[in-house]
Design a protein around this ligand. Sequence first.
Ligand SMILES: CC(C)(COP(=O)(O)OP(=O)(O)OC[C@H]1O[C@@H](n2cnc3c(N)ncnc32)[C@H](O)[C@@H]1O)[C@@H](O)C(=O)NCCC(=O)NCCS
Ligand SMILES: Nc1ncnc2c1ncn2[C@@H]1O[C@H](COP(=O)(O)OP(=O)(O)OP(=O)(O)O)[C@@H](O)[C@H]1O
Length: 286
Amino acid sequence: MKQLSQTQAEIQAHRLAVIARDCLIDEARLSPKPGLVDSRGNGAHHDLSLALMERSAHSLTPTFLQLARHSWQRPADIALRETVGRLGREGEQRMMAATDGVNTHRGAIWALGLLVSAAAMLNDNASAQEIAATAALLARLPDSAAPKVFSKGLKATHRYRVPGAREEAQQAFPHVMTLALPQLLRSRAQGAHESDARLDALMAVMTSLSDTCVLSRAGMTGLDAMQTGARAVLAAGGCATFAGREALARLDAQMLALNASPGGAADLLAATLFLDRVSQPASCSI
Ligand SMILES: CC(C)(COP(=O)(O)OP(=O)(O)OC[C@H]1O[C@@H](n2cnc3c(N)ncnc32)[C@H](O)[C@@H]1O)[C@@H](O)C(=O)NCCC(=O)NCCS
Ligand SMILES: Nc1ncnc2c1ncn2[C@@H]1O[C@H](COP(=O)(O)OP(=O)(O)OP(=O)(O)O)[C@@H](O)[C@H]1O
């Protein structure tokens, strides 16, 4: 009986790891995304490419697998938080080794790593809400082994007095739960093609996120342009409409001109796709 549940745990851990990796690849390939790496090219980035993003995503499968294995049916406590922190940092090293030192997915490892752990902690009929809330419990616990780094993201949150990647997770991913996931389901229900529904979900995040990638490179001007432009796309009818596509092209040009790239919003789209795939369908209202 014990052996059977161990086999089940292993199958489920593999499933979660492969889904997380696939969500990173789906996010990277989705086009056209304003300022970001996509199937068309490098966006506002000089050191990133789609091939590099995909290599990075593949390098992270063992990290997601380890996170799921170690989190399997465990409670959110300091011991698990420290294990998850260690595995996340090892994942960053794997990513850096796979990309010759380029940061392709630091923010994504954080968001998806916590969600993979949370999904493994819960049973497999958990709702998106429950998974996000469990991830938040982990994110709020202290990790004594975490190095004290004054990162670019942290600098931006201090300078502009806004929440960043940490707070998004600690608050149970409000941009995913109240904006992106409902928008994804709404656009699908309206008959949008899957890639248009995903672009709409990305726009929904961009209407309100204080994305520290954008703030670091383009300041408040860049963040205002991102939020206003994303609102214009959705107000025009979304990415499945001609007017929405025109607004999206304008936003893309503006992001490139400002050298801005909404990497945090892209991470949260990957998180949205993950929750959409692993949670029970009835778990989120449209
Ligand atoms: C919390 C992290 C992302 C560091 O964040 P920090 O704000 O200090 O800055 P940094 O510039 O290194 O990375 C921020 C990244 O988050 C993403 N991001 C930016 N803004 C936002 C936002 N508002 N919301 C969500 N994500 C965002 C972007 O990808 C950005 O590049 C992370 O690297 C970390 O501390 N990891 C520690 C390892 C750990 O505990 N892992 C556990 C889960 S695996
Ligand atoms: N498709 C994408 N294109 C670009 N960035 C993405 C994409 N998807 C996710 N990201 C996220 O954006 C972040 C890129 O970070 P950022 O642009 O701040 O890189 P950096 O190398 O730290 O900074 P900079 O390029 O400004 O020197 C990664 O942490 C990653 O998680």
